[in-house]
Design a binder for this molecule. Structure first.
Ligand code: AMP
Length: 423
């Protein structure tokens, strides 16, 4: 029986991998320009970290984590997101003691046992950024600007930025009381998930896609009316800083996000044409998280962006780059005796950074030319016994079939020159 990749996972084949590399390069350039160093944390952590960090009543912790017991009977979980690990590492290595505010970025796979669909996978990749140790609204505006700059750098447009404030624990608990009071008499009308949320996590009802729940919460008291003075003025400052940059956003009072740790500013970047899974990036402030995982009170803010959804967006907008990664030169070998010379020539070309493929099985010239054609190389270098005897090689330009002789000693220089002309 053939074994396929697990449901919800994907292989990234060479032609796609070059796009991933291009994305990584672009993303890192922007992160570095904002002063975010890279952090690489383990792919699995103690389950406790996510349970405490993300929140016991979130969908992720309740039903989506890949959790297993290791051989020592300890509960481990494949990371479903990056922030909790970064915060753990920040505390473990006392990064707070370093100069300035801690600004970190990451790039890597995350794991959630969700129902796979377009734009939603079980192993997916995120890049993200975290700022720890600063509560100024400037940081909120900076992190939103950073996220949008990444997309702009890759040539994307028509992305929408949505922001909201979910307040601090004080204003949020007042809001929770009010919404529970408002919705309890109507609880029968809510969808099954929201009935549970009403008890455990009422804020998430605002996020429900069911039209009935939406209708009910439309008329419910809005979160914005419960913000305390401090949260209100923080949100006003964030908005005016974004205005300063002419960064367009919409305030979406329903935006609450799926993770429990958020406080004050939350935001998402949306590309509407992606359909149901249209959020390419999401994040927010989490001023209580460091304490939640055992550290001192420390403000924090960050975002995470899905790479697969970014690729879908690039595809939809026709912005996928064309990257040449296949061989430029095919060294064709006729018979066995030229093999050594051909191998040496191929190595010389590779040393100069020329992508070179060489015939390994001494097939007929016709078969070799067919392969070279399929590989879309620009030049074929032909080496047979005849050429070896005369210290020459044949060079064939694939675009027009022109073929000529070159002295073996000057072949590498001429090939290099010829390729520069072809690009
Ligand atoms: P979250 O960590 O849930 O806030 O998600 C941040 C971003 O990661 C989203 O906006 C998506 O772009 C991406 N993302 C989250 N979950 C998935 C998934 N299951 N499959 C693919 N991308 C995802």
């Amino acid at each position: 029986m053939r074994i396929n990749a697990p449901k919800g996972t994907q292989d990234i084949l060479p032609e796609a991998a070059v796009i991933w590399q291009w994305i990584e390069e672009n993303v890192r350039q922007v992160f570095f320009s904002y002063g975010f160093g890279e952090i690489r944390t383990p792919i699995f952590e103690q389950t406790q970290l996510f349970a405490r960090g993300i929140g016991e009543t979130t969908d992720i912790v309740e039903k989506e984590m890949y959790t297993f017991l290791d051989k020592g009977g300890r509960s481990m979980t494949l990371r479903p997101e990056g922030t909790a690990s970064v915060v753990r590492s920040y505390l473990e290595h006392n990064l707070a003691s370093r100069a300035g505010v801690t600004k970190l970025h990451y790039f890597g796979p995350m794991f959630r046992q969700e129902k796979p669909q377009a734009g939603r996978y079980r192993q997916f990749n995120q890049f993200g950024a975290e700022v720890l140790g600063e509560d100024s609204p400037l940081v909120d505006a900076e992190i939103i600007a950073l996220a949008t700059d990444i997309y702009r750098r890759m040539g994307l447009d028509n992305l929408e930025v949505r922001i909201n404030s979910v307040g601090c624990t004080v204003c949020r608990s007042k809001f929770k009381e009010a919404i529970v009071e408002y919705l309890s008499p109507k609880s029968e009308e809510l969808c099954e998930s929201c009935r549970k949320r009403l008890e455990k996590n009422p804020l998430r009802i605002l996020d429900c896609k069911s039209p009935v729940c939406k209708g009910l919460t439309d008329l419910a008291p809005g979160l914005e009316h419960f913000l305390c003075d401090e949260c209100n003025s923080h949100f006003t400052d964030v908005k005016s800083l974004l205005d300063c940059l002419d960064l367009h956003y919409e305030v979406d009072s329903r935006l609450v996000r799926g993770l429990d740790y958020y406080t004050k500013t939350v935001f998402e970047v949306i590309y509407k044409d992606l359909g149901a899974q249209n959020a390419v990036c999401g994040g927010g402030r989490y001023d209580g998280l460091v304490q939640e995982v055992g550290g001192p009170p420390t403000p924090g803010i960050g975002f995470a962006a899905g790479v697969e959804r970014l690729i879908l967006t690039l595809e939809k907008q026709g912005k996928l780059p064309r990257i040449n990664w296949g061989p430029q030169v095919y060294v064709s070998v006729l018979g066995e005796s030229p093999q050594g010379t051909a191998f040496k020539l191929a190595q010389e070309l590779r040393k100069r950074g020329i992508r070179t493929e060489m015939e390994m099985s001494s097939r007929s010239l016709k078969a070799q030319m067919k392969t070279a054609d399929k590989l879309q190389v620009q030049l074929v270098i032909i080496l047979g016994e005849n050429e070896i005897a005369r210290d020459i090689v044949l060079i064939r330009r694939m675009s027009d079939g022109e073929q000529r002789e070159l002295a073996l000693s000057e072949a590498v220089d001429v090939i290099q020159e010829e390729l520069t002309g072809l690009y």
